[in-house]
Design a protein around this ligand. Sequence first.
Ligand SMILES: CC(C)(COP(=O)(O)OP(=O)(O)OC[C@H]1O[C@@H](n2cnc3c(N)ncnc32)[C@H](O)[C@@H]1OP(=O)(O)O)[C@@H](O)C(=O)NCCC(=O)NCCS
Length: 376
Amino acid sequence: MPYAAITGWGKCMPPAVLTNADIATFLDTSDEWIVTRTGMRERRISHVPATDLAAVAGARALACAGLDPADLDLIVYGSCSYDEQVPNSASGVQVLLGAANAGAMDINTACTSFLYGLSSASALVRTGVVRNALVLGVELISPYMDWSNRNVAVLFGDGAAAVVLQASGREEGVLAEHLGCHADARQVLRIRGMGCSYANRGVLYGHTQWDFDGQEIFRRAVKGMTQATARALAKGNIDAGAIDLVIPHQANMRIIESVAKLAHIPMDKVFLTVERYANMSAATVPVALVEALEAGRVRPGALLLTPAFGAGLTLCSHVIRWGERVTPLGTSTAALPPCTRSALEMVNDYRALAARRAESEPGLRAPRFAESGPLA
Ligand SMILES: CC(C)(COP(=O)(O)OP(=O)(O)OC[C@H]1O[C@@H](n2cnc3c(N)ncnc32)[C@H](O)[C@@H]1OP(=O)(O)O)[C@@H](O)C(=O)NCCC(=O)NCCS
């Protein structure tokens, strides 16, 4: 059976930066609180739709692999923030890339979507269903963020990245993984207002209210990522000491430190982006992977570990063998259109829209959102 080698990688970060100080202009919070509790200093706010971010990241990954878009057999779009529900986002990326021969599917396991997508696409490559696949991790959280809620508004950012998988005779790509889900705790992270349960009930799409028990998610994240890592290492018969670099999901610096400690991996083997990008959900791990490569932190033949968790509460950990090549074969000219507004201006627009909606629909939220679930 062939392996599914990662032969291309590319990211697309929106340029507008939202700092902790920016957020403190409209929420009762501070740079000091956010940095000490989360490790986050800034995050990006996109001025374009998610599929545009995805297409630029995808074009860069394809150029890196030296692969023509027409040679792609499959596009997997990992995300929980689709531009539209129907048609799916992967088909939008197919059009933008000109990858007319590729199948196209979306995967939503929240923050772990890229990694669940990596497992799915790797399995399809390994079993011969497809030869060349593009796996994306994309998230556009700013439009549906509840910018009046300091518990969540400080934690997230927008971004996208992609990898190209190709069938290979060498032992590369995902060697072992564990996928799981603490569904008994799925109620601790729910975004009310997104999904068909709210359709035709007077709730505007994107008019959200976040159920968010940060402390419980924190506990479950540490436990889940640690367990998933132990299981993935055991499956691959790999000792934690053999891991060269950990590229974790980055929801909180303290979660990452706890997982590394419990997995007996020193922090100097952990690659961090949380300070600059905050939590980009599905985009977090692939963006960090691309930046680790750009920073020369991935050596040829390196063994990587990518523990992650997300709403659901989904969890996973992957052991990945890198190939011999750590530099791109080519570069793409794909780029975003210029951004003419500051991140704070864009966020203030979302806030103004939400305020106008609340004024025109007094009392809409409360009776529609009962504690027991979306249909109550
Ligand atoms: C959210 C999180 C950072 C909160 O950190 P914490 O140390 O657990 O903080 P607490 O929940 O104990 O809150 C402590 C206080 O800070 C306040 N607070 C919450 N957000 C705040 C903010 N942005 N600024 C200032 N104060 C804030 C709370 O209201 C609380 O005040 P109180 O003691 O007067 O009630 C942390 O729990 C976390 O990272 N959880 C997991 C992350 C996550 O869920 N990511 C998404 C899934 S991938």
